[in-house]
Design a binder for this molecule. Structure first.
Ligand code: NAP
Ligand code: MG
Length: 495
């Protein structure tokens, strides 16, 4: 299908009323309330009505997940994996429809949406494989005729709470491993991106996920998220979102020793030392900074560069940014969509003003676009600030939009100190021709993930997570997930 088909598909499918999915049934919220959702880049076009749920709905969903856990957790891992493999195939079969929904509710380009769906299928297949290799250990005994081993058992009901920037991959990244390891799930998407999620549930059902194993409750953070996090039968909370909410969730969970897996904010640096090809470096940085309109937890937002290369790199970045084409998801050649909402555009715009008033030099971009087609969404041009210092707010705070800051430094030590000076520690890139520098930074950066000589793009089978205020608990995606979704049991057998 072509990009233009997106609009006709939406035209034909918009305006329906959607339900929650509890215990294998599509059900209205108990309060019968719904809210409207609009197309991000056609702001007057209604996409559908979604349940505005409340605590009673959470209660029903958690109870269903708890009942289903009794049988799901006992199903052999390979059988759970087989269902996930079917789900991955279905994601690919319906990739185009998922991409349409995703681009409409979130705004990202169709290319990005297709990539997100493809990635979801990949991560699902990796998780399916994990269901075949839930490992324990066997250790020698202190006594004769005793067999000692450890096994891993699923923790129980898991809450999957997702933000609005990756409405397909984030829920899948939580649900697929939960099912692989034998947990059951209550999923809460961000209230402004619930549409693709409905399709994900339909596909899980079609793949053969039994009733109650995955439940969907739509609605706000306060009326659905909060009761879910507080529920005594929820044994683990996998949350992706802001550091502020993550801290609040951690506090609630700690009171009853529930597990958490928190993936939070970032202020990710690209550190540019001596590199023979600044055009390549700029290409990598620009792509990592402005994908998903900069609304990515792993977006590069600080460029920390040796001062002798600062002017040349700034120019290379400016050149590379010229190739970014801002527009609606379906338009051919568009590489950057709108921001997700008016409120978010206002927040990002306020940082453009903050940067200027702090004395940074706005090299290019940062303008609101509102002529013609742009009037239908929340568009701005990608912004580049130079002469930024480490103390400025634009260099310390997560903006979560298309704003990149260049900070010039004397030497490697200052680069490292500035990179590590913020409260976050999610992803970092280092560009250098020097092997020793590469390893030194890999070792000393306070960051969950370090990329040498490429942008902050992660893989579908490696652990993903952050340190400091960027995350807490077991890393997701990779084998590390077993630390969150399972707990250890030690078995002694006298024979
Ligand atoms: P957010 O405001 O923290 O919301 C995230 C999710 O939490 C939403 O589903 C939200 O519901 C829900 N929520 C809100 N209040 C809650 C509460 N009291 N209890 C339980 N759940 C609650 O984050 P956002 O604005 O959607 O997303 C942007 C943030 O996510 C950024 O900081 C970004 O860095 C971070 N992020 C991190 C990663 C990562 O992997 N590290 C990935 C993506 C995004 P409603 O929206 O429906 O109210
Ligand atoms: Mg929010």
């Amino acid at each position: 299908m072509e990009g233009k088909d997106m609009l006709s598909w939406i035209e034909a499918n918009a305006g329906k009323t959607y339900k929650n999915y509890v215990d294998g049934e599509w059900v209205e919220s108990t309060g019968k309330k719904t809210y409207p959702l609009y197309h991000v880049a056609r702001k007057d076009q209604l996409l559908g009505y979604f349940p505005d749920s409340r605590e009673e709905d959470v209660e029903l969903a958690v109870q269903a997940a708890h009942r289903a856990f009794q049988t799901w957790s006992k199903l052999p891992g390979p059988e759970r994996g087989a269902i996930l493999l079917r789900f991955a195939d279905l994601l690919e079969r319906d990739a185009e429809e998922l991409a349409f929904r995703l681009s409409a509710e979130q705004g990202k380009t169709l290319g990005e949406s297709r990539g997100e769906v493809a990635r979801a299928a990949k991560e699902t297949r990796y998780a399916a494989g994990e269901a075949f290799r839930i490992e324990g250990e066997t250790l020698p005994s202190e006594r004769p005729n005793v067999w000692n081993s450890t096994i891993r058992v699923p923790i129980g009901v898991v809450a999957a709470i997702a933000p609005w920037n990756f409405p397909v991959i984030t829920p899948v990244r939580k649900i697929a491993p939960a099912l692989a390891y034998g947990c059951t799930v209550v999923s809460k998407p961000a209230s402004n991106t619930p549409w693709a999620m409905v399709k994900l549930i339909e596909l899980l059902e079609e793949a053969g996920v039994p009733k109650g194993v995955v439940n969907l409750v739509n609605g706000s953070g306060s009326r659905v998220g909060q009761p879910l996090v507080s529920h005594p039968l929820v044994r683990g909370i996998s949350f992706t979102g802001s550091t502020k909410q993550g801290l609040a969730i951690q506090e609630t969970a700690a009171k009853r020793l529930a597990r958490t897996q928190l993936e939070l904010g970032g202020k990710n640096p690209a550190i540019v030392l001596n590199h023979h090809d600044l055009a390549y470096v700029a290409k990598q940085i620009v792509s990592a900074a402005f994908a998903c309109s900069g609304q990515r937890c792993t977006a590069i937002s600080r460029v920390i560069v040796l001062k002798q290369h600062a002017a040349a790199l700034t120019e290379a970045l400016r050149q590379e940014m010229k190739a970014i084409k801002v527009g609606p998801a379906w338009e051919p050649g568009v590489t950057m969509g709108p921001l997700v909402s008016k409120e978010h555009l206002d927040t990002v715009q306020s940082y453009i003003e903050i940067g200027k008033s702090e004395g940074a030099r706005l090299v290019v971009g940062g303008d609101i676009l509102s002529a013609g087609e742009y009037a239908n969404g929340y568009y701005m041009t990608p912004a580049l600030f130079a002469e930024v210092t480490a103390e400025m707010r634009i260099a310390r705070e997560e903006i979560f939009g298309p704003v990149l800051s260049v900070i010039a430094v004397r030497d490697e030590e200052e680069a490292l100190a500035i990179a590590n000076s913020v409260e976050y520690g999610l992803a970092a890139s280092v560009f250098t021709d020097d092997l020793s520098s590469a390893y030194r930074f890999a070792e000393r950066l306070e960051s969950g993930m370090v990329h040498i000589n490429h942008g902050t793009a992660s893989a579908a089978h490696l652990p993903f997570g952050g340190v400091k205020h960027s995350g807490f608990g077991a890393y997701s995606i990779g084998h590390s997930n077993q630390e969150f979704f399972t707990e250890l049991k030690v078995v002694y057998v006298q024979y």
